[in-house]
Each structure stands twice: as C-alpha cells, then as structure tokens.
Design a protein around this ligand. Structure first.
Ligand code: PLP
Length: 375
C-alpha cells in the first residue's frame, strides 16, 4: 500500500505547474536587474510572479516584497513596525514561532493576547489593551498551523486601525486554503510562504498596505525597491507565482475536504479523542486531536510505521517534539504533549483521510487493553 501524506501544514508537495515554472527559469539565463534582453525576460518572469502572488490576496503587485519565506516576511514586518516607532507589541497567544520569537527580540514590551478554549483571540481584551497608552504593533495570525482555527482578523483590524496601531497578520497557513482579501482584513502587513501552497521551500512574501513603510532588512543593491537587497531567487519566485495561481483556482477543492476531515473527526472522537478548536471556524483541511496520556511522538511514530505521515501538534524545526504552546494557551496543558495534527492539501483524497482514521483507530484499540491492564 502506498504511503499517505497528510502533513500539508508542514509543507506541501510541489505542484507540477510550479516545477514547470522553476525549470523554465533555470533553462534560461538572466538577472532581473540586467538591462539586456535576457535581463528584461527575467524581470518579466519576476513581475508575472508578483502579479500572481498579489492576486492570491487581492492586492496590487506593488504591495508584494519577496523574501526567503514566511519567517523572514514576519521578521521584516516586525522590524518595520519597530522602525515606524510602535511602543509595544500585543502578541497572539497561539502565534507561530516565526512571529513569537521575532516579537520577543524586538526590544519592546510584549503582552500576550489570550485565546478562549477553542483557540479564538479575545476581542474584548484587545479593545482594553489598545486603550492603554502607547502605539501598538498587534500580531494576529489568520489561521493557526496546529488547529487550523481562523482568527477574527477583520474585526481586530478595525479596532487596531481606530487606535492607530499596526496589524501584522501571519497568513502562511491560511493562504491557498481559504480566500484572503487583504483590504477587508484591515491589516498593515501580511506574510505568505510558497511551500505551504505547493511552491518550493525558501520563498515567501510580505504584503504591505499603504499605511506601512517597510524597513530595509538587508543592505546592498536596490532589489525589491531597496527593501531586500540581493539578486532575487527567480526560480523559486517564478514557482511561487505558479503555485499561487493554482492555489487560488483550487480553493473550492480544498474546501470540500472539510467533509472528509469531519468524518475522521467523528470516528476518532468516538474512540476517546478530543478535537481541538472544534467549535471555532477552522481551515477545511486541518484536524488537531489529542488523547490524554498518549504522547504526540508515539502517535506520530505509530502512524508513520503504518505508512501515514502526520505531525505532532507542535513539531519544532529541530525535529524534536515539544508540548504545544497553542494547546496550552487554549487551557489544556494536560493535552499539550499529546496533540497531533492531520492536514490535507491539493492532491489529498477521501481514501487518504479514511486510511489515517483506520490506522489511528487500530493503534488506539491496541493501546486501550494495555491501559485497562495497568489500571
Ligand atoms: N507561520 C506559520 C503559521 C507557519 O506555519 C510557518 C511554517 O511552518 C511559518 C510561519 C514559517 O514559514 P517558512 O517556513 O516559510 O519560514
């Protein structure tokens, strides 16, 4: 039986259209900064990709700055807000490390913005926090990487704007899974990553609205309007553009996975699993479950041995599993070391989701008699 990959929130397989775009660039020569014909062709590839990424989130191409990924995009946003003289940071309790760590090293006071039991940010807390003195950078992700919980970003955006704050939105997980309209979110900056939507790893973008002035993150040449010096990663960017085009066209297909995800959810719940963020609006292809006393690591291993690749709720970049900060913030520290994430994507099938359920349920059934014996 062939292996099942349901770890799209970690990274997605590269789409054929993205591979074709990448190879087409590699087959030619040309630096987008050169003025000769080859350079102009490379520039055209770069700007075509910029248009496609812009279209994914409903902005004009000039709002897009290419980076090395979602992490760098968020770092650029946070550094830019600091350079624009914000006084403090209000940081969502379930933010990804990319934003969490960058906010903590920004040299400003950081207040953690709590979430409810379903992982949804508390808007009343935000209003109170913004009423306190000092211009704030507010960081709120659009969708959580572990639970798929979608945050009330547009509502938060209105409040942040009224208080003259800066709203940064990490949309790395939401892109390609739900429709995103940058202007209706009322955000100042928004980060994207190619490898979550079927592009290559190591490419991303920061979207900046008209109120945001971006800092110079990297000094040198004038690439990306001086915001990020260095010859552009044109093969990666071209592939990102192609992936963005496909992701936008495929939103409805991803939405249909909610039915398969919910069927799996029902099955695992009947065997004792807790579904995290169950009552919140969530990405259609993400399921985060936990079983008290059954470690994330063991669950991931058992499923991997049976040919199903998923991840621990919070898989850190070193490959080690650490308890999920997201699950802790949701008031379930007991479940934080026991959560796993199953996430599908553009080529996933109903059979993949069923197989994941079969394997998990078999493992759970093997484990339960042992628990009874111990008891
Ligand atoms: N933000 C979120 C929510 C993510 O899930 C990830 C990747 O896991 C990142 C940011 C980092 O993106 P990148 O790997 O492109 O740096």
């Amino acid at each position: 039986m062939s292996a099942v990959y349901l770890d799209f929130n970690a990274t997605a397989p590269v789409r054929p259209e993205a591979k074709a775009a990448l190879n087409a660039v590699l087959d030619r020569v040309g630096n987008p900064s050169s003025v000769h014909a080859a350079g102009r062709a490379a520039r055209a590839d770069l700007e075509k990709a910029r248009e496609a990424v812009a279209a994914l989130v409903g902005v004009v191409p000039g709002s897009v700055t290419f980076t090395s990924g979602g992490t760098e995009a968020s770092a650029l946003a946070i550094e830019s807000a600091v350079a624009a003289k914000v006084d403090r940071i209000l940081l969502g309790a379930t933010e990804h490390d990319a934003v969490w760590e960058a906010a903590h090293v920004a040299g400003l006071p950081v207040e953690i913005w709590p979430v409810d039991a379903d992982g949804v940010a508390d808007l009343a807390w935000l209003e109170d926090a913004l009423a306190r003195p000092g211009r704030a950078l507010v960081c709120l992700m659009l969708a959580n990487n572990e639970t798929g919980v979608i945050q009330p970003v547009a509502e938060a955006g209105e409040t942040v704007r009224a208080a003259d704050g800066w709203l940064h939105v990490d949309a790395v997980q939401a892109a390609g899974k739900i429709a995103i309209d940058f202007s209706s979110l009322q955000a100042d900056t928004l980060s994207l990553s190619a490898h979550k939507i079927g592009g290559p790893q190591g490419v991303g973008a920061l979207i900046a609205g008209t109120r945001a002035t971006l800092a110079r993150r990297q000094h040198g040449g004038g690439q990306e309007r001086g915001r990020r010096a260095g010859t552009e990663n044109l093969p990666g960017i071209a592939a990102f553009g192609a992936a963005a085009r496909e992701a936008l066209a495929g939103l409805e297909d991803v939405a249909r996975q909610a039915v398969w995800r919910d069927a799996l959810s029902t099955r695992v719940k009947s065997a004792g699993a807790v579904v995290l963020g169950e009552n919140a609006r969530r990405l259609p292809q993400t399921l985060c479950i936990a079983c008290e006393g059954w470690s994330s690591e063991t669950q991931v291993m058992v499923m991997d041995l049976a040919g199903v690749m998923i991840s621990a709720g919070a898989a850190c970049s070193s490959g080690k599993v650490k308890p999920s900060r997201t699950v802790e913030a949701m008031g379930r520290p007991d479940l934080a070391p026991c959560s796993i994430r199953i996430s599908g994507g553009w080529p996933s099938t109903q059979a993949d989701w069923i197989r994941a359920g079969d394997v998990w349920l078999e493992a759970q059934a093997r484990r339960r008699p042992k628990i009874k014996e111990v008891a």
